[in-house]
Design a protein around this ligand. Structure first.
Ligand code: ATP
Ligand code: MG
Length: 332
C-alpha cells in the first residue's frame, strides 16, 4: 500500500481529489496526480477530458472547488504567489503579442519578471538561439509559422528559468517536422532538470516523452502507468479484418469470439488485439475460413489512442470474461 496522505518532497507536483465545476456541471471529479521532480508526466485525454482545466488550476489561473494541489511544495490556493514564481506555462493557445517581434516579446516578459535590462537581453538571446529563432527575431510574430509561434511561446514560459513547466498540448496543429523539433526541446528541458507536466491527445507523444502517463476521461483518472505498462494493457498490435460482405459480418463476429475488440458494421471492420502476435492473426484467419467468411483485406497496426480509450473505458473485449462490444449489441 502506498502512503497517500503526506506530501512527498520528491514530488514537484501533487494533486489530491481535485474537483472543479462550471456552474453546476462538474468537470473534474476528484483527480489524483503526482509528478516526481525532474520527470515528464503526460496528462493524456480526449477533447473535454479536463486537461486544460487541471493545468489552469495548477498554474493558479483558476481556483479549485475541492481537493488539494501543491506545486513545488506550495498550495495553489493559499500560496499562489510562490506557485507562480515556480512555474512556466505554455498554453494551448499561444499568449504572444502578434504585433511585437519575437525578441520584443521576450524582452518585455523578462522585464515583467523584473530581470535587469542586461539580464533580460542575455536571457532573450540565449532563448532565441536555443529555440532556433535568431533569424526571425526581428520580425513581428504575426508573420511566424505555427511551429515558430509554439517555440516562441515555450521560450517565453522559460524566461525566468522556472523549475516546473506546464505545457498544454504543445504540439497540436504542428506539422511532423515541427513536432519532432518540439519533442527534442521538451526532452532537453527535462534533461536539464526541469519537471514537466504536459497535456496531449496523442498516445505516441505521451509514449515518446513521458516517464509516467495519467489517462483522464470526463474528469476522472481512468488509468496510469509508464508507456509500456499502458500499451501492454491494450495489446501490442491490432489487426483490422475487413469482411467482404455485409451479410456475413455477424457470422464473422461469432467466429472470432471474445477476442474481438471493436466491430464497425458499417465499414465491415473487425478489430482484434494481436496478443499472441502473428499467431493471433493466423488463428483468426483459420476461424473465418472454417466459418466460410470471405475477407476483403487484413492489416496489422499499432494501437491508437482510440483503441486505448475503448479498452480502458470498458468497451473492448479483454479476454478475461468481459463482453466484446459486438456481443453486447447483438440480442440473442
Ligand atoms: N469556463 C468554462 N465554463 C464552462 N465550462 C467549461 C469552462 N472551461 C471548460 N469547461 C468545460 O469543462 C470540460 C473540460 O474542459 P477542458 O478545456 O479542461 O478539456 P480539455 O481536456 O483541455 O479538452 P481539449 O482537448 O479540447 O483542450 C469541458 O466539458 C468544457 O466544456
Ligand atoms: Mg485543453
Amino acid at each position: 500500500m502506498e502512503v497517500k496522505h503526506s506530501y512527498a518532497a520528491e514530488n514537484a507536483i501533487e494533486v489530491k481529489g481535485l474537483q472543479k465545476s462550471f456552474k453546476d456541471v462538474e468537470v473534474l471529479h476528484g483527480i489524483d496526480i503526482a509528478v516526481r521532480r525532474g520527470s515528464i508526466l503526460a496528462l493524456l485525454g480526449p477533447n473535454g477530458a479536463g486537461k486544460t482545466t487541471t493545468v489552469r488550476i495548477l498554474s493558479t489561473l483558476l481556483p479549485p472547488d475541492g481537493g488539494e494541489a501543491r506545486v513545488n511544495g506550495y498550495d495553489v490556493v493559499r500560496e499562489a504567489c510562490d506557485v507562480r514564481a515556480s512555474i512556466g506555462l505554455t498554453g494551448q493557445f499561444a499568449a504572444v503579442d502578434p504585433y511585437l517581434t519575437g525578441e520584443e516579446n521576450l524582452l518585455m516578459l523578462g522585464r515583467l519578471y523584473r530581470l535587469s535590462h542586461a539580464d533580460a537581453r542575455g536571457r532573450t538571446q540565449e532563448l532565441l538561439e536555443r529555440f532556433d529563432l535568431v533569424e526571425a527575431a526581428h520580425r513581428p510574430v504575426k508573420t511566424y509559422s505555427g511551429g515558430m509561434k509554439r517555440r516562441l511561446d515555450l521560450a517565453m514560459s522559460l524566461i525566468a528559468a522556472p523549475p516546473i513547466i506546464f505545457l498544454d498540448e504543445p504540439t497540436t496543429g504542428l506539422d511532423p517536422r515541427s513536432r519532432l523539433a518540439m519533442w527534442a526541446l521538451i526532452k532537453d528541458l527535462a534533461n536539464s532538470g526541469a519537471t514537466i507536466l504536459l497535456t496531449t491527445q496523442y498516445m505516441d507523444e505521451a509514449d515518446y516523452l513521458a516517464d509516467w502517463i495519467v489517462v483522464i476521461d470526463e474528469g476522472r483518472v481512468i488509468a496510469e502507468g509508464d508507456a509500456n505498462s499502458l500499451k501492454a494493457r491494450v495489446g501490442s498490435e491490432h489487426i483490422d479484418l475487413v469482411i467482404a460482405r455485409n451479410s456475413s459480418f455477424m457470422l464473422a463476429q461469432q467466429a472470432i469470439g471474445i477476442r474481438q475488440l471493436q466491430a464497425n458494421s458499417e465499414q465491415r471492420v473487425l478489430t482484434i488485439v494481436a496478443s499472441d502476435g502473428p499467431a493471433t492473426l493466423k488463428n483468426a484467419l483459420v476461424r473465418l475460413e472454417e466459418a466460410q467468411v470471405e475477407i476483403e483485406s487484413v492489416s496489422m497496426r499499432r494501437p491508437t489512442l482510440d483503441d486505448v480509450f475503448l479498452f480502458l473505458t470498458g468497451n473492448g473485449a479483454r479476454g478475461n470474461g468481459s463482453h466484446a462490444h459486438g456481443e453486447e449489441t447483438s440480442h440473442e
